[in-house]
Ligand binder design. Structure first.
Ligand code: ADP
Length: 153
């Protein structure tokens, strides 16, 4: 199974949406294999958003992402990376489809509630960035047979 990184951004923390969002992932059948609260700093954000550091809005990203601690999560499932991105929706909350997290909870291109890894490759790098190996747990929920068929489809 794949594992992917989700960050519940300060916009989710400020607005008290964390329970609802974590609940959506659990309702979907994704397995939480890591979860903690942490305060991000400029060093980790420059690394995490390296593709955006030259953008004029990057200082706003820094302020926004350091405004409160965040919750980082590792979610596991078959095709977890793509599934979580689909649940997350388009970057700009105003363009994100209703039914997605951003589509349901955000009116903004920046204050868009969650981050989710965009590929299997970046998920591995990002999980390594935010979690120590011992903070990700390997266990099997007892009711997994109700989430997937025996041939894993
Ligand atoms: P995504 O988070 O959907 O993978 P990006 O990697 O392009 O999107 O952007 C990372 C984050 O930077 C976005 O989630 C958003 O918070 C912020 N961001 C992206 N584009 C803009 C923009 N034009 N103005 C303000 N913030 C932006």
């Amino acid at each position: 199974m794949e594992q992917t990184l989700v960050i519940l951004k300060p916009s989710a923390i400020h607005r008290g949406l964390t329970g609802k969002i974590i609940g959506r992932f659990q309702d979907k059948g994704l397995i939480i294999t890591g979860m903690k609260m942490m305060q991000l700093d400029e060093t980790i954000l420059r690394e995490h958003y390296a593709h955006l550091v030259e953008k004029p809005f990057f200082p706003f990203i820094l302020d926004s992402m350091m405004a409160t601690p965040v919750i980082v999560m590792c979610l596991k499932g078959i095709d977890a990376v793509e599934t979580v991105r689909l649940m997350t929706g388009a970057t700009n909350g105003r363009k994100a489809l209703p039914g997605t997290i951003r589509g349901d909870f955000s009116m903004s291109g920046q204050e868009n509630i969650v981050h989710a890894s965009d590929s299997v490759e970046s998920a591995k790098i990002e999980l390594n960035r935010f979690f120590k190996p011992e903070e990700i747990f390997d266990y099997t929920p007892s009711d997994l047979s109700f989430f997937y068929s025996p041939d894993a489809n």
